[in-house]
Write a protein that binds this ligand. Structure first.
Ligand code: S3P
Length: 191
């Protein structure tokens, strides 16, 4: 697996936890876009939304993705780009520029889950997810609406894994197995 793995998908599909476990499994670096945004802003994601609004959050998200995609860590010996597991926020790839940048960095994997599973996982932490409280709609309605709005964006991923009935290790193994199967003969020989 030469290029990076980018994990995207709706909120509460397991992106950050799977990214950490997958990075450990592959011995790669792990990057979390939302953590980078929060570190740069010196504020949590809900605080950024509350004090500066979604447009400002999306601008920070674009900057962070730009930096991640264009300044990869390189091997100190050979100078080759070091692959990473990159977890994006759930809305990051809605912006076609972010999609293009990350497509060049590696293979995009979308994690998904049934709406009722997402609602259950979000549970009491819904207040830390500004996109779900937007408009004051009932949670199920908002999840359905946002999922539908993003359906085509998520469908562009090279690989989709439904995490509804899987634990983190099972998701990691599903990703590793599928990516290994899809490598061409040349990549398999050089791995
Ligand atoms: C968002 C998802 C969040 C975070 C922000 C916006 C979205 O990340 O980036 O609140 O638009 O779906 P997670 O998907 O990790 O919760």
């Amino acid at each position: 697996m030469a290029s990076s793995v980018i994990l995207t998908g709706f909120m509460a599909t397991g992106k950050s936890a799977v990214a950490r476990a997958l990075a450990r499994r592959l011995g790669w670096r792990q990057i979390d876009c939302d953590a980078e945004i929060a570190a740069r802003a010196g504020k949590s994601i809900p605080e950024i939304f509350r004090t500066a609004g979604e447009a400002h959050f999306r601008a920070l998200e674009r900057e962070v993705i730009d930096a991640i995609a264009n300044n990869p860590e390189r091997c100190a010996q050979c100078g080759q780009r070091r692959p990473a597991v990159i977890a994006t926020g759930g809305g990051a790839l809605v912006d076609p520029r972010n999609h293009a940048q990350l497509s060049r960095a590696g293979v995009i994997v979308c994690l998904t889950a049934r709406p009722e599973v997402i609602a259950r996982r979000v549970g009491a932490s819904v207040k830390s997810r500004p996109m779900l409280t937007w408009g004051g709609k009932p949670l199920n309605e908002r999840i359905a609406e946002l999922m539908e709005a993003r359906r085509e964006v998520y469908a562009r991923a090279a690989l989709t894994i439904d995490t509804s009935d899987l634990n983190i290790d099972q998701v990691v193994e599903a990703i590793v197995a599928t990516l290994a199967r899809n490598r061409c003969e040349g990549c398999r020989r050089s791995a």
